[in-house]
Design a protein around this ligand. Structure first.
Ligand SMILES: Nc1nc2c(ncn2[C@@H]2O[C@H](COP(=O)(O)OP(=O)(O)OP(=O)(O)O)[C@@H](O)[C@H]2O)c(=O)[nH]1
Ligand SMILES: [Zn+2]
Length: 210
């Protein structure tokens, strides 16, 4: 049974939607985001930053920025296809080097990198692409990397009733690269392991880049 937190996000995105529904979604704005409100706020921000709003290059910038945030905060709809584990596969399945990006909750700047996500199946296997889509489900949000990592591992355990699940994320935070400490090129690594993967050892080691 999915926890309410996951049910909410899955309800929003899980059902494959037809083209008509997709168009409605585009017109109405996504995931409860007030695009017009965001546009006005960006315009106010530019004024506060001393910008000349009569510059033709800035005329449409508030709308573009609002749409960009809407896109960065909205996961694409997905179907969570699973298969019966009829071949009795009992080892780890890991999809490595899945690219992702998210937005830092503290500075609203991107952090981006790769994730290594895997599980030990029970009765069901999940479509491999769904590991990347599951990551996107939580990454398209205002996030901290630790929470994102935990959410992915918990989601996999709950969605699949897996025997074990793990997520390792390595990412560069623009708020550390482009401002503040300006430590460009640093990678933050986070990991979350659940179930039979909870104990440190060779199975966990297979998630980490060599
Ligand atoms: N734990 C954690 N911290 C993050 C994440 N993203 C950004 N931060 C940090 O959040 C902290 C916010 O610290 P503050 O001192 O309130 O903000 P700040 O004055 O902008 O800090 P500096 O970045 O050090 O200039 C910074 O240390 C960031 O590096 C994240 O995903 N996880
Ligand atoms: Zn930040």
């Amino acid at each position: 049974m999915l926890s309410p937190q996951f049910q909410d996000r899955q309800r929003q995105y899980a059902d494959p939607i037809d083209e008509l529904a997709r168009l409605d979604l585009e017109q109405e704005g996504r995931a409860g985001i007030d695009v017009e409100g965001a546009r006005a706020a960006v315009a106010a921000l530019l004024v506060a930053l001393g910008r000349d709003m009569s510059d033709p290059h800035l005329a449409e910038t508030p709308r573009r920025v609002a749409k960009a945030f809407e896109q960065m905060l909205t996961a694409r709809p997905a179907a969570w296809t699973t298969f019966p584990n009829t071949d009795g596969y009992t080892d780890l399945v890991i999809v490595k080097s899945i690219p992702f990006h998210s937005l830092c909750q503290h500075h609203l700047l991107p952090f981006r990198g790769v994730a290594h996500i895997g599980y030990i199946p029970g009765d069901r296997l999940i479509g491999l692409s769904k590991l990347a889509r599951g990551l996107e489900l939580f990454a398209r949000d205002l996030q901290v990397q630790e929470r994102l990592t935990v959410q992915v591992a918990d989601w996999l355990m709950e969605t699949l009733d897996a025997r074990g699940a793990g997520a390792v994320l390595e990412a560069e935070h623009m708020c550390m690269s482009l401002r503040g400490v300006e430590a460009s090129g640093t990678l933050t690594m986070t990991s979350a392991f659940r179930g039979e993967l909870s104990i440190p050892g060779p199975l966990q080691d297979r998630f980490f880049p060599k």
